[in-house]
Design a protein around this ligand. Sequence first.
Ligand code: 13P
Length: 248
Amino acid sequence: MRTPMIAGNWKMNMTVSEGSKMVKNLIPLVKDARDVEIAVCPPATELYLIKMVLEGTNIGLGAQNMHWEDSGAYTGEISPVMVQELCQYVIIGHSERRQYFGETDETVNKKVKAAIKLGLIPIVCVGETLEEREAGQTEKVCERQVLAALDELSAYEIAKLIIAYEPIWAIGTGRSATSDDANETIGYIRRIVENEFYDTAQMLRILYGGSVKPNNISEYMQQSEIDGALVGGASLDAESFAAIVNFK
Ligand code: 13P
């Protein structure tokens, strides 16, 4: 049995005061949620305060990115050690980092390894562009990204991570993938892992992300391969994020 996960990626939104107010509103709204793992991923400047606010609740905390080195002369970066002091999760390889900040399959793999080494749970993002989808390359692109991200990891290590399938054309566009299409691609991703590690693939959680809202979450959650959602825009508001968490 794979425990469903609902994670909110706030991206570059909300100040410290806005973010802490949001989670204070969120806590009572999701406190009775059962059989679902919940996390919020605020900007790095908010992690410390939000960790304090979340103490003793059923909401986990994640960073949106990190470097792979433990420390050093990398101005502007945050390290896995810094993240590990505050968070349980870290999003790695989000398409916005790949598109705008030079993230590559190779850096994704380095970051995934660094996260696992420190006991952080990486939420590894993969997904195709609209051009790639229209050219029939969805599976090929996801396969390349997944294999690169998991390169040199053992079955034991892969069992600890989470993959998020986020088709780029569905992110922030209101144009979500149909639940059947998302299920098919996520099933395909599971088969890729199965080829090498059959049992691990059955344990591996794979989320869908891309315009998930309170009114479409249950469609995704009914699908056999989809183990939860990575939510952008709809995770910024306590009521709408709680409605997604409480989808049942
Ligand atoms: P939206 O839910 O705003 O489409 O964003 C999805 C996403 O990129 C989550 O990481």
